[in-house]
Design a protein. Structure first.
Length: 220
């Protein structure tokens, strides 16, 4: 699938309508700053909003209570240990003002295949052997887009995010795309930038060809 320049999207940020969630289409979209957003009853919609939320690691603000929790936590964290459970748990998270979920079975199949190929990754938070939180996102040539989070224990997903940021920082990355602003991400220091600035930032980051994760692991 060939995507048009996202700068010429509609005022709502719609770049294209139709196509499928074939892994090749999804990856091509992320490389251009576009992401799919399945809406029940409509053809597949591809977005690149005029305003984009990002978190620059230099702006990261860790609230005192979260920092205290981070120092005291007995949770352990992993990368790509149980992607399947993470994405399914994210699909079940109730979201204010929404019925159902955009993480449809088709999304799960596509992103699971991209995980198998090494483009989509998960972070897990464990309480012993129990999965209690996590998140997943897309690595498009060394730029990372966070997709969704879940938690079954207070602060588990937030601590998983801090674990991910530390990991990405060690690999040379200094920001992540979070697509849409949320109160939680704003509290951590996320900000809104224009689409043009975002696309420039994405292109520069992809040119660096950072290796954010190790070779693909066995599918979980």
């Amino acid at each position: 699938m060939r995507f048009p320049d996202p700068r010429y999207s509609t005022s709502e940020g719609i770049v294209a309508v139709g196509g499928s969630l074939q892994p090749e289409n999804v990856l091509a979209a992320y490389r251009r700053g576009i992401f799919p957003w399945p809406i029940e009853g409509l053809p597949l919609v591809w977005f690149s909003p005029q305003e984009r939320a990002i978190l620059e690691f230099s702006d990261l603000h860790i609230p005192r209570s979260l920092g205290r929790e981070r120092r005291r936590t007995e949770l352990s964290f992993s990368i790509d240990r149980d992607f399947s459970s993470v994405i399914r748990a994210c699909a079940m998270v109730p979201r204010a003002g929404e019925n159902g979920t955009w993480i449809t079975p088709e999304v799960i199949r596509s992103y699971t295949e991209l995980h198998r190929r090494g483009y989509v990754h998960s972070v897990e938070a464990w309480e012993g052997e129990r999965l209690v939180g996590g998140l997943y996102g897309v690595d498009s040539d060394g730029a990372f887009a966070g997709e969704s989070m879940f938690y079954l224990r207070s602060n588990a997903s937030r601590l998983a995010l801090l674990f991910l940021i530390e990991h990405l920082s060690e690999r040379g990355l200094d920001w992540i795309d979070i697509q849409m602003m949320t109160p939680h991400m704003k509290m951590l220091g996320a900000k809104i930038i224009s689409r043009d600035l975002f696309l420039e930032k994405l292109a520069r980051t992809r040119e660096r060809r950072l290796k954010l994760f190790d070779a693909p692991v066995a599918l979980s």
